[in-house]
Design a protein around this ligand. Structure first.
Ligand code: S3P
Length: 425
């Protein structure tokens, strides 16, 4: 489907509530399905990725029902059942990688598959630590499908070269079913939703600096309310900063410090952003964010510890950087090439078409602002939801209409995206 996007002439104003965080929604279903008891999950994501997780745990015997559009009830006896079909993770890397950690320690064998895009993404990063723990996994040369033989696992200390919450969570979840202590150490802190939620549900888990340790634990079901997704809010934060006359409030945004790198980058660039009403919801920090147009943004360097804190926001940060004076340099982000698309190559090739002065580097990109975006072109989203929405934001400041091919991929994480843009228009 080709979506046409025109320049926003009068700016974005009013207020919106950002829908549920995808990472936390996945974890809420996974962990409630292995916990003992009954709970309600409120404000569950309506994206296709989280539905993949939900269906997968239904296939593993968890009793999960929709009470209304965004509320689930989950009943589990603390153990999963051998599935009688292949488990389908769809397009979702989080589903495949986290669930593999759980499956590795069960007393049954299972096979987890994904769509074409997910089947191209690297799984060696989880197969390696799980194998060290005693797991046995067959893969297509490090890719899905993964046949996972349930085994008795032992704890390990795993110094990871990669700062990845998916790998960390996979190892910690396997550690829940393993003998002894399992410790994961990473080079930069990645998102800690797994640690927070496992702690909330009573797991024996300790996090200190870049290291987390877990011991075999039984989880106890508890109600979970899911905060809004800062990765979804990022499209609106950017749109508000770059579209003249914009001034609006985004309510209920999760601002967990391991996820809120975009707020720091916007401040570094001199952007008008005001974080208000900070509060804790089911263990996660959340707030309302006021965003205002700013025509004096400055480029900055984004690297090292910043990267895992805003990894999913980098495509839309490229759009933001196109409206900032001077250079914005993104380094140490080579893992962007392993997302739903090669987000360095694809992003650069498409943003150049609308007039962004952006260059690809091995581990990121460099944007030279300020650019006048002409538009008048068709952009390919390469089956990648975040690229589709980043282009849409660029389209709102292009002089001439743009087309986005494959816009329906936004349903993976944020089906409400366009209706929320309309609400502010
Ligand atoms: C996620 C972790 C990140 C992120 C992904 C969601 C998670 O991936 O890019 O969208 O929910 O744990 P990596 O752990 O591979 O960096």
């Amino acid at each position: 489907m080709i979506k046409k996007v025109c320049k926003s002439e009068k700016g974005l104003c009013g207020e919106i509530t950002i829908p549920a965080d995808k990472s936390i929604s996945h974890r809420s279903v996974m962990f409630s399905s292995i916990a003992k008891g009954k709970c309600n999950i409120t404000n569950f994501s309506s994206g296709a990725d989280c539905r993949s997780t939900l269906k997968l745990f239904q296939a593993l015997g968890a009793d999960i029902e929709y009470i209304d559009e965004k509320t689930l009830s989950v009943l589990s006896f603390g153990n999963l059942e051998k599935p009688n079909t292949e488990l389908d993770a769809g397009n979702s890397g989080t589903t495949m990688r986290l669930v593999s950690g759980i499956l590795a320690g069960q007393n049954f064998d299972s096979t987890i598959v994904g769509d074409e895009s997910l089947s191209k993404r690297p799984m060696k990063r989880i197969i390696e630590p799980l194998t060290l723990m005693g797991a046995e996994i067959d893969s297509a040369e490090g890719h899905a499908p993964l046949k996972i033989y349930g085994r008795h696992l032992k704890g390990i200390i795993y110094p990871s070269e990669l700062a990845s919450a998916q790998v960390k969570s996979c190892v910690l979840l396997a550690g829940l079913f393993a003998d002894g202590e399992t410790t994961f150490v990473e080079p930069h802190p990645s998102r800690n939703h797994t640690e927070l939620m496992l702690d909330y549900l009573g797991a024996d888990i300790v996090a200190e600096g870049n290291s987390v340790s877990i011991w075999r634990s039984e989880l106890e079901a508890k109600d979970i309310e899911i905060v809004g997704d800062i990765s979804s809010a990022a499209f609106f934060i950017t749109a508000g900063l770059i579209i003249p006359n914009s001034d609006f409030v985004i309510r209920n945004v999760g601002i967990n410090p391991t996820r809120s790198g975009i707020i720091d980058v916007v401040k570094r660039m001199g952007g008008g952003i005001d974080v208000q009403n900070e509060r804790i919801v089911s263990g996660e920090l959340c707030a309302d964010i006021n965003v205002k147009y700013n025509d004096s943004l400055k480029g900055c360097i984004i690297e090292g510890d910043d990267i895992p804190r805003l990894i999913d926001e980098l495509p839309v940060i490229a759009v933001l950087a196109s409206q900032a004076e001077g250079q914005t340099i993104v380094k140490n982000a080579e893992d962007l090439r392993n997302k739903e698309s090669d987000r360095i190559k694809c992003l650069v090739s498409e943003l150049i078409k609308v007039g962004v002065n952006i260059k690809e580097t091995d581990d990121g990109f460099v944007v030279h602002g300020k650019n006048i975006l002409i538009g008048d072109s068709e952009l390919e989203c390469y089956h990648d939801h975040r690229l589709a929405m980043s282009y849409y934001v660029a389209g709102l400041i292009c002089e001439k209409e743009i087309g986005i091919n494959g816009f329906e991929w936004t349903n993976i994480s944020f089906p409400e995206f366009e209706s929320l843009v309309s609400k502010l228009s």
